[in-house]
Design a protein around this ligand. Structure first.
Ligand code: SAH
Length: 221
């Protein structure tokens, strides 16, 4: 890839990215590894070129098909929760979308298995990972509610579309000591971001924040 495109200029330059990182730090993101990842991963290459100048605003942006790339603060907070104890070896993501969240995790050294139910988005994300040489991200087209048993157990599971409740098949795929981060609440209802840890075979649940995600839907398109 053209290094200028990767590094960005003007509204996608390092200075613009630093402003976003400072803002996230002010809003409670503490982990320097996460702030570094947000600084380095080129979010402007995960949105349409027409939106590139807004890529380093702390807001969600449309990515087509009625879906959005999550707000940077949300990506940062969810990442922070997943890596708090240690960097997980393998993470399962439900809802690839643009692939940005997966790219942030891969930047931190995680092997990411991510599932997307809209074929066009899955294909586009896979191509992006190739262009950016993010070989640790594995994109699959399908319904994430079933998980991806072939690569289980996962030390982390991240759900980036909101279900009413955590889909049951995921529990069998979460490693002992593993962490699951998800917005729960479904469509059109207030959603809460929760962290669930599997400790000594038990599930411990903690409320993290109020959030707004697109719903987790069944089936594929
Ligand atoms: N993590 C993404 C943002 C996700 S938006 C990013 O960084 O850009 C939520 C995504 O979840 C959408 O693309 C939507 O199509 C997808 N999705 C919704 N239900 C799904 C399901 N059951 N399985 C897989 N993907 C799903």
């Amino acid at each position: 890839m053209d290094p200028n495109r990767y590094q960005g200029i003007g509204m996608t330059s390092r200075r613009t990215r630093e402003r976003l990182v400072n803002r996230l730090a002010e809003e409670g993101i503490r982990d320097p590894r996460v702030l570094q990842a947000i600084l380095e991963v080129p979010r402007h290459l995960f949105v349409d070129e027409a939106l590139a100048s807004r890529a380093y605003d702390n807001t969600p942006l449309p990515i087509g098909h009625g879906q959005t790339i999550s707000q940077p603060w949300v990506v940062a907070r969810m990442t922070e929760l997943l890596i708090e104890q240690s960097i997980p070896e393998r993470v399962l993501e439900l809802g690839t979308g643009s692939g940005y969240q997966a790219a942030v995790l891969a930047y931190l050294g995680v092997e990411v298995y991510t599932i997307e139910r809209i074929k066009a988005l899955a294909d586009q994300a896979r191509q992006r990972m190739r262009d950016l040489k993010l070989h640790r991200v594995h994109v699959r087209y399908g319904d994430g509610s079933e998980g991806w048993p072939q690569h289980a157990p996962y030390q982390g599971i991240i759900v980036t579309a909101a279900p009413e409740e955590v889909p049951d098949p995921l529990w069998d795929q979460l490693d002992e000591g593993g962490r699951l981060v998800a917005p729960l609440g479904g469509a059109g209802r207030p959603q809460e971001l929760v962290l669930i840890e599997r400790v000594d075979g038990e599930l411990r649940r903690r409320h993290v924040a109020s959030v707004s995600f697109v719903p987790l839907l069944g089936g594929c398109r």
